[in-house]
Design a protein around this ligand. Sequence first.
Ligand SMILES: Cc1cc2nc3c(=O)[nH]c(=O)nc-3n(C[C@H](O)[C@H](O)[C@H](O)COP(=O)(O)OP(=O)(O)OC[C@H]3O[C@@H](n4cnc5c(N)ncnc54)[C@H](O)[C@@H]3O)c2cc1C
Length: 231
Amino acid sequence: MYTQLSKDLGFELKRPGSLVVFYKKTEVLIARLLKFLKVTGLGHLIKPLRQFMKVPGLKWLNETEVNELEPNLKGRPIGGFWMTTMGIVEPHEVCMAFAENAVENGVEIKLETEVLDIEKTDDEKMRVITNHSIIECKYLINCAGVWADVIAEMVDDRFYTIHPRRGAIAIFDKSRKGFINTPCGVVSNTDRTNNTKGGGASLTPEGNMLWGPTVTDTPFKDEKTVEPQDL
Ligand SMILES: Cc1cc2nc3c(=O)[nH]c(=O)nc-3n(C[C@H](O)[C@H](O)[C@H](O)COP(=O)(O)OP(=O)(O)OC[C@H]3O[C@@H](n4cnc5c(N)ncnc54)[C@H](O)[C@@H]3O)c2cc1C
């Protein structure tokens, strides 16, 4: 989908792949099991694996191959699982491309406009009260990110609350270009009980290296501080 979207909307998409690096024998064994399920097609019988079965371009690397692909990895990796088709984009470029396309198709964008309250009317419509004007509508899409629970509460939906977590990503200068060839992570980065959102060492389409993100629970939805210990 994104290959076509990047052509249609004119944003940059690169596919450097994504590598999961193995340091433990158990990780290699689990990867071998996944390979068996993928190659034989038996993974289709296991519901949580059905999405994985559709992913093209998967490669299982041995110790030599993983070290040849990424010679700067820490410690002694003993194998890797390389998803060669994983893609990267510049998020703001994608947002701008979608916004421009929406405007071309008749959407009106109101910038610097804050939803303060929502009133339900008798004829099953809504009056969205903003800091600039009142917008009447029949349908409202709530895409307020970590503030979505606050918007939902304006229409008396108290079904969920969002507990924010802030995170930091270190972005490196382009002079470090080539330190990694493909975004890399370790299996423990998928364990959400540790101090990362998942991730590892990634890349921007321009080639800057990104490390992170960290994760820290915060009571404040708009907290964007970066502490020295994050780095
Ligand atoms: C450090 C970090 C790294 C991440 N890395 C990745 C990654 O590599 N890949 C990935 O897929 N995801 C990543 N994520 C998650 C991703 O950024 C979010 O899931 C995504 O941005 C959510 O998009 P959204 O449109 O739902 O919400 P947001 O992008 O948060 O947009 C919500 C918008 O609603 C607006 N808003 C809120 N309240 C109101 C109001 N009352 N009135 C008007 N407007 C309002 C806000 O101003 C904001 O513009 C990362 C997140 C963090 C914090």
